[in-house]
Design a protein around this ligand. Structure first.
Ligand code: GN1
Ligand code: MG
Length: 362
C-alpha cells in the first residue's frame, strides 16, 4: 500500500516528500489517507469510490470549483488563514484536478489542516453552536454560487420519492429471512412516508428554492480546533439542493446523544439544548432565508434521519452493496438508530418549532 500511495502522492504538485501514511476510517464510502511528509504541509489523499460515484473525475472537479469559489471570498486573508477556512485541493503535475491510476481509480489530494479534530458525537453546546455557524456560513458564502457549473453526479440524492422507490425495489428482491428482520422498520417507513414527502413536494412546486448545498453535513464532516469550528470537509456531495438538507442532516448527528453506529437504542435521544445552540449558530451566519423555507425547517430535522434510515435499510435489504459495513446487521442497526431518533424528536416537536421561531427572529 505504501508504495502505491507514495507513487500517487508524487503525481501531485506537492511541496514536500512522503514520510508515512495513516488510514482515516470515518467515511462510509471512499478510502482516505493522511500523508505525513518530511516538512509541512501534510496532505489528505483520497481514492474516490468508483462504484458509488460513476463520474468520479467530475466529482473532484465539482469539489475544486466550490473550494476555489470559497477561497475567493477570503481573497484578502493570508493563505495561512484561508487554508484553515476552506479545503485547498492540489493539482497533479500535469495540472489536472485529479489523478487517474492504472486501474482507472480517481484520486484527489488536499492540504491537511493541522491541529484539527473531528467528533462523532457532540461534546457540549458550545460545539453545537460552532457547528451551526460553520454550516450556516458555508451556505451564506455559497448563496451566489452558480450551481449550473456543477456536473450532476448523484441525481435525486436527497429525494424521498426516489429513495422510497429504491426501498420498495429492494424489498421485492429481498429474501424472506432478510425481510423478517426488518418488519418493524418497514411499518415505520409506511407510517411516516407521507409526512416525509413534504419537502420533495415543496421543491417540485417551486415553493422551496434550490441552491448550492454541501449535502453531507454530519458532525464528523466538520473540522474543529479546540472549541472553534474551522470548516466543512468531505465536499463530495456538493450539489443543487435545499438548505433543509444541510440544516436537517447536521442536526441528525449533532443532536443525537448516540453516535450513528450505536446499537443500544436507549442511548438515542434528541438533545434540545444542542438543537437550540446549533440553530442559534446557524442563523447567526445564514441571513438569506425566505418565509417558505422557514416553514419547512422543523420537518427537515425528521426528514434527514428518515432518508438516511431508509437508505441504510435499503442497503441492508440489498445485502450491503453500498455502505462499508463491519458486520452483517450493521446497516440494519444504523436504520434502527435513525428511526428511534425520529421518535425522540417527535416527543419534543412543539419545543423544536418554538426554538426555530425564536432563533430566526432574533
Ligand atoms: C455517506 O461519505 P460519507 O461516509 O461521509 C453518505 C451520506 C450519508 C452518510 C451517513 C455519497 O457519507 O449521504 O449521510 O454516509 N454519502 C454518500 O453517515 O452516499
Ligand atoms: Mg460524504
Amino acid at each position: 500500500m505504501r508504495v502505491l500511495l507514495e507513487r500517487i502522492f508524487n503525481g501531485f504538485r506537492v511541496v514536500s516528500t512522503f514520510k508515512n501514511y495513516q488510514e482515516l476510517n470515518s467515511g462510509h464510502i471512499n478510502d482516505t489517507y493522511l500523508i505525513h511528509t518530511h516538512k509541512k504541509p501534510n496532505y489528505v489523499l483520497q481514492r474516490i469510490n468508483g462504484n458509488v460515484f460513476s463520474d468520479a473525475g467530475n466529482l473532484v472537479v465539482n469539489k475544486v470549483l466550490v473550494s476555489d469559489f470559497l477561497q475567493l471570498k477570503y481573497k484578502n486573508f493570508p493563505f495561512e488563514e484561508v487554508s484553515k477556512k476552506v479545503l485547498c485541493f492540489v493539482k497533479t503535475k500535469d495540472s489536472a484536478f485529479f489523478y487517474k491510476d492504472e486501474d482507472q481509480n480517481i484520486w484527489n489530494l488536499s492540504v491537511f489542516i493541522e491541529d484539527s479534530i473531528t467528533y462523532l458525537k457532540t461534546p457540549n453546546s458550545k460545539i453545537a453552536f460552532e457547528a451551526g455557524k460553520a454550516t450556516g456560513l458555508f451556505l451564506e458564502n455559497t448563496t451566489d454560487f452558480d450551481v449550473a457549473l456543477l456536473t450532476e453526479i448523484l441525481p435525486d440524492f436527497h429525494s424521498i420519492t426516489t429513495r422510497y422507490i429504491q426501498f420498495k425495489k429492494a424489498l421485492k428482491n429481498a429474501t424472506n429471512a432478510t425481510k423478517e428482520k426488518t418488519q418493524s422498520l418497514i411499518s415505520f417507513v409506511e407510517q411516516h412516508i407521507e409526512e416525509m414527502l413534504q419537502i420533495d413536494k415543496a421543491i417540485e412546486g417551486g415553493i422551496i428554492p434550490l441552491r448550492l448545498t454541501h449535502s453531507d453535513t454530519k458532525i464528523s464532516n466538520i473540522l474543529f480546533t479546540e472549541n472553534k469550528a474551522l470548516c466543512l470537509i468531505d465536499t463530495d456531495t456538493v450539489m443543487k439542493g435545499a438548505i433543509h438538507f444541510d440544516y436537517g442532516d447536521a442536526i441528525r448527528t449533532i443532536c443525537n446523544t448516540a453516535d450513528e453506529d450505536e446499537k443500544d437504542l436507549n442511548l438515542v435521544d434528541f438533545n434540545l439544548d444542542f438543537f437550540k445552540s446549533y440553530t442559534k449558530g446557524f442563523f447567526q451566519e445564514l441571513k438569506n432565508i425566505t418565509k417558505e423555507e422557514k416553514e419547512f425547517l422543523p420537518v427537515s430535522i425528521k426528514m434527514m434521519p428518515f432518508i438516511m434510515g431508509l437508505r441504510f435499510l435499503t442497503d441492508f435489504l440489498n445485502m450491503n452493496v453500498y455502505y462499508k459495513v463491519n458486520y452483517e446487521n450493521h446497516n440494519l442497526d444504523r436504520a434502527k438508530n435513525q428511526f428511534a431518533y425520529i421518535e425522540s424528536i417527535n416527543k419534543k416537536y412543539t419545543d423544536v418549532k418554538l426554538i426555530i421561531e425564536r432563533e430566526i427572529t432574533q
